[in-house]
Design a protein around this ligand. Structure first.
Ligand SMILES: [Zn+2]
Length: 226
């Protein structure tokens, strides 16, 4: 779902800013609230204005993956890889977006998992519950980037729709894939995202149970097409 540049973000407002020391380094965290668009935060590392292209991850919240380390999806691994990429680059931003479960919310995501446990794939589970396959809206993220003075990004994602949505909202985007090794539990989910949602998953040397240091790499589109 995309939104015209002058629609939803108009209701968004920056409401707070603070220093946030983390195990990954010192970030500045910005909070945004918008009527009907949830509560989002942006974690900024270093001075993004020192970079012509700013490394950015637009990460949709995933409590199960990001907090509890769920292996049903690849969110936690993608978030960690993105944070490492941003900090090793010296500057960048992580946008943590309030759109759990591709926009259906946490409780509905667990209901969708229940459907998947009976054989549905991630797309059919969402549509069976009456939702679209992907209800996310990246217009607020584009608004936040502009608010931070970031208009040219190196977007860390395997989802071309995210890149397209930012471009539709006035951001210059170069997409950089995140290579996450599949595991026993998310292999079918990742295949479904590639086959039915258009995600472009870079190949990795990974094997179950996934994710060791040497599997963390950041191939560019150029590398993938070489
Ligand atoms: Zn997830």
């Amino acid at each position: 779902m995309s939104t015209a540049p002058d629609e939803t973000p108009r209701t968004l407002e920056r409401v707070g800013e603070a220093q946030l020391p983390t195990k990954h380094g010192l970030f500045t965290i910005f909070a945004y609230i918008g009527e009907g668009v949830g509560e989002h935060v942006a974690l900024v590392f270093g001075d993004p204005h020192s970079r012509r292209k700013v490394p950015v991850r637009m990460h949709s919240s995933c409590v199960t993956g990001d907090v509890f380390g769920s292996l049903r999806c690849d969110c936690g691994q993608q978030l960690e890889l993105a944070i490492q990429h941003v900090t090793s680059s010296g500057a960048g931003a992580i946008l943590y977006l309030d759109q759990e479960g591709r926009g259906i919310g946490l409780a509905n995501k667990i209901r969708a998992y229940q459907c998947q446990d009976t054989g549905f794939d991630t797309v059919d589970a969402n549509t069976t519950l009456g939702f679209e396959a992907d209800q996310r809206d990246y217009a607020p993220a584009a608004w936040i980037l502009r608010d931070l003075g970031i208009t040219d990004v190196e977007l860390l994602t395997n989802n071309p729709h995210k890149a397209d949505s930012l471009r539709e909202n006035g951001i210059t985007v170069e997409r950089v894939p995140l290579a996450v090794a599949p595991n026993l539990y998310n292999r079918r989910y990742l295949e479904t995202k590639a086959r039915r949602l258009g995600h472009q998953l870079p190949t990795t040397n990974g094997h179950d149970p996934a994710w060791s240091q040497q599997q963390r790499s950041f191939p560019t589109d150029e590398h993938l097409h070489a």
